[in-house]
Design a protein around this ligand. Structure first.
Ligand SMILES: N[C@@H](CCC(=O)N[C@@H](CS)C(=O)NCC(=O)O)C(=O)O
Length: 345
């Protein structure tokens, strides 16, 4: 009797572990993407450099290319994608309802979002911080000086921006009236019309908005960041396999840059004898994709169609763009930045 009971407990525990393992792998979102033949990605459509629509109606930007990289990894085609423009406040519902498969929209990784959104954050693709922009003729040159002024401070609703600026105002004892707007265009209109004395946002967003404003020289981004804003892709927590694909695709972009593999020279690496390159590209007996349930050469598809991390960065934000954003923290760890991929093995 005792033995029987012990046996049934062992069987139950084994079943529970088995079920746990299966649901940790899951893959229902990956299956749905494969059946549909298309990845649906939630993006920003009003943030030049990160996510915007060009004259032909195509979504372009650093964040939208992260979506395309995942489409290339799963489907072999960076163009097998549909974009859903979202405001900041719409993000959690779009993710939870299954309206989108993933999100790549200047989204900060925070503890509450990681837990309450039922989300898994991928590796940080852009290390940012929050800044403040004012008009040059307002005449202040530091955030501390701005703290002495009674002003209207504008921000986007449903963002970390809104929360951080409240902390900063309290810290400085500043008399700032916070005014929030649903999206960036609305803020910019209000700011240009004089309804906002200052506007606060991720520094990358301020750089983007300043560069694309009617008179960029009329605005100044005050020095210093008031917060850490690690931005990256997000997927539903219910599909660990999909999250793994996003994670290893982003790290693959970074690792390719570290190896010096890019969209132009990838053909020269296809016979590489280097063990690390072989593992990244899934060459020969290497099974890179098998761990994820996708094609072993998934990173070949990604790099040949989109380039490595540095190419994506330069295409949208680098020295040849109107933004000219320095790599800074978004450089490889070997060059003093924070980009560091875990080993492909
Ligand atoms: N990284 C922050 C801010 C993201 C965000 O949405 N920023 C605003 C600018 S402050 C924006 O992109 N607005 C465009 C929109 O909402 O359409 C977050 O994840 O909450």
């Amino acid at each position: 009797m005792y033995r029987l009971r012990l046996l049934s407990i062992v069987v139950l525990v084994a079943l529970a572990l088995g079920v746990g393992f299966a649901s940790a792998q899951d893959g229902h979102i990956v299956d749905r993407i494969m059946e549909r033949g298309e990845l649906i990605c939630g993006v920003n459509s009003v943030l030049p450099g990160f996510g915007t629509q060009n004259d032909a109606g195509e979504f372009v930007g650093f964040d939208t290319d992260i979506c395309r990289a995942v489409a290339a990894a799963i489907l072999g085609d960076a163009g097998a994608i549909a974009f859903r423009p979202l405001t900041a406040a719409e993000r959690p519902t779009a993710l939870a309802s299954g309206e989108i498969d993933m999100l790549s929209r200047n989204t900060t990784w925070t503890m509450s979002r990681d837990t309450e959104w039922g989300a898994t954050f991928g590796p940080t693709t852009f290390y940012d911080g929050q800044g403040i922009m004012v008009k040059v003729d307002f005449g202040v040159s530091t955030i501390a000086e701005l703290g002495e002024e009674s002003i209207v401070m504008c921000a986007t609703a449903g963002t970390t921006t809104e929360l951080n600026i409240t902390d900063k105002a309290n810290e400085l004892g500043a008399d700032w009236e916070l005014s929030t707007f649903p999206d960036f265009d609305a803020i910019m209109d209000a700011y240009e019309a004089g309804a906002c004395d200052a506007f606060t946002s991720d520094i990358s967003s301020l750089v983007s908005r300043k560069a694309t404003s009617a008179d960029p020289a009329a605005h100044t981004i005050l020095p210093g960041a008031i917060s850490k804003e690690p931005l990256g892709p997000v997927s539903p927590q219910s599909d660990a396999r999909f999250a793994d694909i996003i994670r290893w695709t982003v790290w693959g972009l970074v690792q390719a840059e570290e190896f010096g593999i890019d969209s132009m020279n990838i053909g020269d690496h296809m016979e590489s004898e280097d063990a690390g390159i072989g593992r990244l590209l899934g060459l020969g007996d290497n099974v890179a994709g098998e761990y994820l349930g996708i094609n072993d050469e998934f990173m070949v598809d990604v790099i040949s169609q989109l380039g490595n991390y540095g190419e994506i960065y330069d295409r949208h934000l680098g020295p040849d763009t109107i933004f000219g954003l320095e790599r800074g923290l978004n450089d490889l760890w070997t060059r003093g930045g924070l980009l560091y991929a875990a080993p492909f093995r």
